[in-house]
Design a protein around this ligand. Structure first.
Ligand SMILES: Cc1cc2nc3c(=O)[nH]c(=O)nc-3n(C[C@H](O)[C@H](O)[C@H](O)COP(=O)(O)OP(=O)(O)OC[C@H]3O[C@@H](n4cnc5c(N)ncnc54)[C@H](O)[C@@H]3O)c2cc1C
Length: 222
């Protein structure tokens, strides 16, 4: 691998990609760019604040079947790195995990901060350069290299890993399309409600296999 790698996005995917890069190519200069001032913010709120790390389900096909929009694609990915690899990855870095009766796997601390800390410590140990408030504005291919434009100026890298998560609007991926990539229209999946002081927040983290949800006073039902 050529030795300058840029990772765009400081979420779970960006951190895992950066750590994996450094493990496979220790001499690479890996720089992770995050547009906000917060790293791993979504991991922090995941699983009702407990972070459902993975599932105890071991079979690749059974596991992939739980992802209705990505089953086929994920089967290939899971054949490289699956649920048991995830468990081993965290446990070998000192994170104790537990499997609940329904198969969901959480840190024994029941606190997503344990997972955030593990990823941050690993990145620190591997000397990954983390840049905050650094929003990528455009990528341009120049020969075998990539020119990345930020507000403060441009940087050149041999490899770029884009891990910017979802985008509420397809236009948010325009800079990727301009590189020749075809982008699937994004669809909403999991999202948060901001309802401080409401008693419903006590239900946070509860999940059931089959449910009907209705919003009172509206016709909204799912
Ligand atoms: C309420 C909730 C609960 C969840 N619970 C779980 C759970 O328990 N278990 C589980 O496995 N999953 C859970 N998920 C899903 C999981 O959190 C996400 O799938 C995962 O965090 C996505 O990680 P990501 O790195 O792909 O994207 P993100 O976490 O969205 O990270 C992308 C990062 O890229 C940055 N970025 C975007 N554009 C740019 C740019 N141009 N330049 C620089 N940086 C940029 C963003 O600021 C962000 O920090 C949950 C999600 C939600 C919302």
């Amino acid at each position: 691998m050529n030795n300058r790698v840029a990772i765009i996005g400081g979420g779970a995917a960006g951190f895992f990609a950066a750590i994996s890069c450094k493990m496979h190519a220790p001499n690479a200069r890996v720089v992770l760019y995050e547009k906000s001032v917060k790293l791993l913010a979504k991991v922090k709120v995941s699983g009702g604040g407990r972070c459902n790390v993975t599932n105890g389900c071991q079979g690749i096909s059974t596991f992939a079947a739980h992802y209705p929009r990505g089953e086929k694609h994920l089967k290939k990915a899971f054949s490289q790195f699956n649920a048991s690899d995830t468990i081993e990855w965290f446990e070998s870095r000192g994170v104790q995990l537990k499997e609940e009766a329904d198969g969901r796997v959480f840190p024994v601390t029941d606190d997503s901060q344990t997972i955030v800390d593990c990823l941050l410590n690993e990145a620190r140990k591997l000397r990954i350069d983390i840049q905050l408030s650094a929003a990528l504005q455009a990528i341009q291919k120049e020969g075998n290299a990539f020119k990345l434009r930020f507000k403060e100026g441009t940087e050149q890298f041999d490899r770029v890993i884009v891990a910017t998560g979802g985008s509420p609007k397809p236009e948010g991926f325009g800079w990727l399309e301009s590189l020749g990539h075809q982008v699937e229209p994004p669809v909403p999946s999991l999202f948060t409600f901001n309802m401080p002081g409401q008693s419903i927040t006590q239900l946070m983290g509860v999940s059931v296999p089959a449910a009907v949800v209705k919003i009172q006073g509206t016709r909204l039902m799912e």
